[in-house]
Structures are given as structure tokens and as C-alpha cells.
Design a protein around this ligand. Structure first.
Ligand SMILES: O=C(O)CCC(=O)C(=O)O
Length: 289
């Protein structure tokens, strides 16, 4: 397969654990995904899922809704969008934190975008022998209530042995410090896996800590003092993340949304942990490009 990345870009990815590719997606691609997500939200009726959405707390039905989302299109609300009476505190389009985790397989618009030949070439350049699209997420980061994403490694949620997961994160709108861009610890992907999020039963999960060293504190008001580096990204930028790279995003308290789409790809030729939270049914396995 012809390369997509230059040798310098491949070395930079292995050195830093992150690579930003401005202009990867066109404005019309980004707007097409945003329009499609808006249609999906139009058709979604939170009132049909009272046991899932009437509380911000974890319950068995919320866990089951999450655990069954790997091959489906499901909606996850911002905790701040659920009022004490269980109703929404803001318009539905702003109340959603993300849609996950099978958009790339269940929706034709996201399927087409996710299976772009340039992405197949890119992950081939990064060494995946049998690329497999394992999950996708549409991230809203809505104005004022878009919640923070705590520092994590994607391999915590999608472990293979050895680690092979790669995050492909697309800025559908400009992502800035003000509206909650991602921040990362470049080079820290070499420090190993810190935790694993595993299934402990049909409908229960647990975070298993492997390395208790805490991540450096992220203070959004003093973030420029380091050690996190902002991944500000103009609309259309692709941010490629190594599965072991610690990254986070701040809350969005600004009046501007920060929509993004992410696909996670791993090497299907190496063992996928049987206790990863995301398990596809044998009759509907995760597929490649
Ligand atoms: O979009 C964000 O704020 C975080 C996304 C993320 O952590 C991921 O795609 O792995």
C-alpha cells in the first residue's frame, strides 16, 4: 500500500505519541458529519430511556446501556444536563456529551468517512498489520456544559497484548483552549499502561490500577505552566494519538461548541483482551477498512 505519512511524521509519532495533521478533512466533510449527527440527535428521544437518563448516577441500566453500545448508536448525556426531576436542563442538542460507539459500522455517513483509504494507509505506516476499527465516538463538548475528560490512555479501555490501539481524532470545529481542546503529555506513551477498565460480569465494570502514580494535576487556569501541551486544532485537523499517550480535555465553559469525531483502530492480528468492556458479538465482529 502506498504511504500516507512521511518518514519524519512516522518518527515524530513514535517520539511524541501524537501527530497533528491540519487540513486532513475538508470543511464539507466536517459539516456533513455535523449535519448527520444533528439528524441522529433529532431522532433520539431521551424520554424513552427513563431508567438510563433520569439520574446522573451510575445504575445497572445505565451500565447495561453503555456496555451494549459497542455495536450500536447510543447517546450519553452531560451529567449537568439532567435536572433533579430527571428532565433536561437545556435543549436536547446541547445536552448530549457523546454518541457511541458503533457509528462507523451502523451509520453510512460515518462508515464512509471512517473507512477513507488515506486512514488505511496512515495506520499501515504506523505498523498495524491487520487494522480493525473497534470503536467510534461523536463528541459534542457543548457550550457552557461540555464536561472535562480526565487524563487517560486509550489502551486502558481497549487493551491488546502488545498494545496496538491508535486514536484518530478529527476536529469538526476549531478546538481551542477556550472551548476545551485536548492536552497531552508528549513522550509519556513510553511509560507503560497505568490502568485497565475491565468487565467484571455481564453488566459490571471496574477500573484496575496497574501503576498508582498520579498524573500531574491539570489546572485549566494555569495550564500554560505545563507539563501538559495543548492540542489546539483547527477544523479539519486529524490528531493521531498513540494508545498509551496520556491525554485529557478541559471543560467547555465558553459559548462555542467543540464538535469532534474519533475512531479507534487496533491490530486484529494480536490478542484482544477478553475482559475489555467493548466486546462484539461473534456474528458481528469488528471489521477493517
Ligand atoms: O475529545 C475529547 O475531549 C477527548 C477525546 C478522547 O479522549 C479520545 O478520543 O480518546
Amino acid at each position: 500500500m502506498p504511504s500516507y505519512l512521511t518518514a519524519d511524521q512516522v518518527s515524530a509519532f513514535h517520539r511524541d505519541g501524537v501527530l497533528c495533521l491540519p487540513g486532513f478533512a475538508s470543511r464539507s466533510d466536517c459539516e456533513g458529519l455535523m449535519a448527520r449527527a444533528a439528524q441522529l440527535v433529532d431522532a433520539f428521544e431521551p424520554a424513552r430511556f427513563p431508567s438510563v437518563f433520569t439520574t446522573a448516577a451510575r445504575t445497572p441500566s445505565r451500565d447495561a446501556y453503555f456496555l451494549g453500545s459497542g455495536a450500536d448508536i447510543r447517546f450519553f448525556l452531560e451529567p449537568e444536563a439532567i435536572g433533579r426531576d430527571g428532565g433536561l436542563t437545556c435543549p436536547k442538542h446541547e445536552a448530549i456529551n457523546k454518541i457511541g460507539h458503533g457509528l462507523h459500522d451502523r451509520d453510512p455517513v460515518f462508515d464512509r468517512f471512517s473507512r477513507d483509504g488515506r486512514l488505511a494507509a496512515l495506520v499501515d505506516d504506523l505498523g498495524l498489520a491487520q487494522p480493525t476499527l473497534i470503536q467510534s465516538m461523536y463528541l459534542f463538548k457543548s457550550p457552557r456544559i461540555g464536561g472535562e475528560v480526565a487524563c487517560h490512555q486509550d489502551a486502558t479501555f481497549l487493551a491488546t497484548e502488545p498494545d496496538t490501539v491508535i486514536g484518530l481524532w478529527f476536529a469538526l470545529q476549531d478546538a481551542t483552549r477556550e472551548n476545551g481542546c485536548m492536552w497531552a503529555l508528549p513522550g509519556a506513551h513510553r511509560d507503560g499502561l497505568r490502568a485497565r477498565f475491565v468487565r467484571t460480569g455481564d453488566a459490571t465494570t471496574q477500573m484496575r490500577v496497574l501503576d498508582p502514580t498520579p498524573y500531574p494535576l491539570f489546572d485549566p487556569h494555569r495550564a500554560d505552566d505545563g507539563p501538559y501541551v495543548p492540542l489546539e486544532a483547527a477544523q479539519g485537523t486529524l490528531v493521531v494519538l498513540h494508545g498509551l499517550l496520556p491525554h485529557l480535555s478541559g471543560a467547555n465553559r465558553s459559548p462555542r461548541s467543540r464538535h469532534a469525531y474519533a475512531v479507534h483502530v487496533l491490530d486484529g492480528s494480536v490478542p484482544y483482551a477478553a475482559d475489555n468492556w467493548l466486546q462484539r458479538p461473534p456474528e458481528d465482529p469488528a471489521r477493517g477498512f
